[in-house]
Design a protein around this ligand. Structure first.
Ligand code: A3P
Length: 333
């Protein structure tokens, strides 16, 4: 059966090139395949597991994506806080044209995922139409792709693209992912915590294994700190002002003294906070795009919720894998 004929309409990727379809189809038959948390097959590509919809986007972007000077990529393992980072980066990059306290600010009317698209779900003809940082002529994309599979045109030291990587406590990512999957309409019946946990430990989840994902970007951020900024969810929570200033400097758009004195940094933090975003109508919507509604990107937004869900055995198993995987890297979460 042909690849496109086995795909549900909601997972159809807007492929435009017949050659790409054929190429992906040929490749699929060669890749390791396993049933994943969303009750479909995931494929292992360049060391990472992807459901078909993401995998196609990864391959297509490797082939067709052409970076522009100063494009910015927010990369995360799913459920590490990409929605939050989308809001922050959008508000930060557009702060001159769109004052954060304006009642017309786009974040008050559009969901972060509408303002900052996932690279993997765009078709090549849509790359160019992304216009979400007009003042800088840069585009802001988000992605879940591992560092080894991002388009070389993006990761190459010859390009000026910047990558903002957001990581989070592995246990909190898992708990967030578990709830997200059961809230979305991917599956006909909910997945149990135990089943989800076993797949997660094996790395069979979108862009998993999560440890390798985080480690890959960590190493790049150490080698090339001007290209990859490594942020942590808990630090964004605990010291948001410091992290936002770090981010602005990394993007070569540091806050001026005047901006700082005017309270702009605090205004961006407040606009993008969990409390503010979840009060906005568009983010409360149970609309479904590709099986996922805007509201499912917001749950609790706290650090340490894993304590309410994981048994001590589960927590220590994840900690043990983390310790083993990160050993000698200088990274601890
Ligand atoms: P929880 O499920 O732990 O609440 P992603 O955006 O990468 O899909 O991650 C979703 C996680 O980020 C969810 O975590 C969600 O609640 C949290 N989140 C969304 N917006 C946030 C915000 N403005 N501040 C902090 N956390 C946020």
């Amino acid at each position: 059966m042909g690849l496109l004929s086995v795909m549900e309409p909601k997972t159809a990727h807007p492929l435009e090139h017949g050659d790409d379809n054929q190429e992906v189809e040929d490749l699929l038959s060669l890749l390791p395949k396993e049933g994943d948390m969303v009750a479909s097959d995931s494929y292992k590509y360049q060391g990472f597991w992807y459901p078909l919809i993401l995998l196609k986007g990864v391959i297509i972007s490797q082939k067709h994506f052409m970076p522009r000077e100063n494009d910015v990529f927010i990369v995360t393992a799913p459920k590490s806080g990409s929605t939050w980072m989308k809001a922050i980066l959008y508000a930060l990059m557009n702060r001159e044209a769109q004052l954060p306290q304006s009642p017309h600010h786009p974040l008050l009317h559009k969901a972060p995922r509408e303002l900052v698209p996932f690279l993997e779900v765009l078709s090549p003809s849509e790359y160019d139409s992304v216009c979400n940082s007009p003042d800088t002529n840069a585009r802001i994309f988000s992605a879940h792709t591992s560092v080894v599979s991002l388009p070389k045109s993006v990761t190459s030291s010859l390009s000026n693209c910047k990558i903002v990587y957001m990581c989070r406590d592995i246990k909190d990512i898992f708990v967030s992912l578990f709830h997200f999957i059961n809230k979305s309409n991917f599956r006909s019946s909910p997945i149990s915590l135990e089943e989800a946990f076993n797949l997660y430990c094996k790395g069979v989840n979108a862009a998993g294994p999560v440890w390798d994902h985080i480690l890959g970007y960590w190493i790049e951020s150490q080698k090339n700190p001007h290209k990859v900024l490594f942020l942590r969810y808990d630090e964004m929570k605990n010291v948001p002002k410091l992290q936002l200033k770090r981010l602005a400097s990394f993007l070569e758009k540091p806050f001026s003294e005047e901006e700082e004195n005017s309270g702009l940094v605090d205004e961006i933090i407040s606009l993008c906070s969990f409390e503010s975003l979840t009060k906005i109508d568009v983010n409360k919507k149970d609309n479904s795009v590709k099986g996922v509604s805007n509201s499912s990107f917001f749950r609790k937004g706290v650090v340490g919720d894993w304590k309410n869900w994981l048994t001590p055995e589960m927590a220590s198993r994840l900690d043990q894998i983390t310790e083993e995987k990160f050993s000698g890297s200088g990274l601890s979460l």
